[in-house]
Design a protein. Structure first.
Length: 285
């Protein structure tokens, strides 16, 4: 056992020279933009007057954290993320259970479910906005597509459609950890479908579910294309990324927009850490 532990330590030490270039590049492309954003957030820099820059310290951060519009946008974003992730998990669970039974053309079906994720997010958001607000949905279900509810539904539908495929593959990987022999033994012992789901399938697939929840939550939190295209119908309902866009590229307040981006990054980081702790993602790694 001692020799095995020593061999593992030597392998870990020998791998660092190979990983060092990647770690250096990753640190550079991550820390430099972050440092630039923090530096910009401490000033009153504006696109309209680029030479008129004053150091204001944490004034921009105080303005952000004391703004009611900002926290309303954050709350709306969190509600949007929760709704999208729950629907995606339910749809992906059904699709994963169906794909698990397909054996002949399994590789092709798994590639097909990734097609929505490979499309440009702008294209997906535009298609779903047109379909739900002025396209097929109003004519099929006989409702007025000009309201804010239809606009919100179009944003959610586009994000759900785009991310369900990758969520399906993650859950499918979790279901593959369930031994078929164990399910057959449970059936022979008289276990009900509910007992098989709660006592066998879910415990085995729990790490994959946790990874799917964390990944899709963080990915949906940064959703921008759908809210931007639906903005004319949502004058008072803005997500945090959209409010950040308006501050930076409509009001041209670069310093305040940089402060918003840093605060948003902190919120996303806190959300990711909390989800990892609550769902115990480390068991999946």
């Amino acid at each position: 056992m001692t020799s095995h532990a020593a061999r593992r330590r030597r392998t870990a030490k020998g791998g660092w020279p190979l990983l060092a270039p990647a770690v250096i590049v990753l640190a550079a492309v991550t820390l430099w933009p972050l440092g630039r954003a923090i530096k910009t957030s401490l000033s009153t820099e504006s696109l309209t007057t680029p030479d008129d820059t004053d150091f204001v310290g944490v004034d921009n951060y105080v303005e952000v954290v004391t703004s009611l519009d900002w926290w309303v946008a954050v709350a709306l974003t969190l509600v949007f993320v929760a709704a999208v992730v729950v629907v995606q998990l339910l749809l992906a669970a059904g699709f994963a259970a169906a794909l698990r039974r397909i054996t002949i053309i399994a590789p092709y079906t798994r590639v097909l479910v990734l097609v929505p994720f490979a499309l440009m997010a702008t294209v997906v958001a535009f298609v779903w906005r047109e379909g739900i607000t002025v396209g097929f949905a109003p004519s099929w279900f006989h409702y007025n597509g000009d309201g804010q509810i239809a606009a919100l539904a179009s944003v959610a539908a586009g994000e759900i459609w785009r991310g369900t495929g990758i969520t399906t593959l993650i859950l499918l990987a979790g279901l593959s950890r369930v031994p078929p022999s164990l399910l057959e033994s449970a059936v022979a012992d008289g276990a009900t479908p509910r007992q098989r789901l709660t006592r066998i399938v879910l415990p085995a697939a729990a790490p994959a579910v946790a990874v799917a929840v964390v990944y899709r939550s963080l990915d949906a939190f940064r959703a921008f294309e759908g809210p931007l295209l639906a903005e004319p119908s949502l004058p008072r309902l803005r997500t945090a990324p959209l409010l950040l866009w308006d501050t930076t590229f409509t009001s041209f307040e670069i310093g305040l927009g940089a402060a918003m981006s840093v605060v948003l990054l902190a919120i996303v980081g806190f959300l990711g850490v909390m989800l990892m702790l609550l769902l115990r993602v480390r068991r999946a790694l």
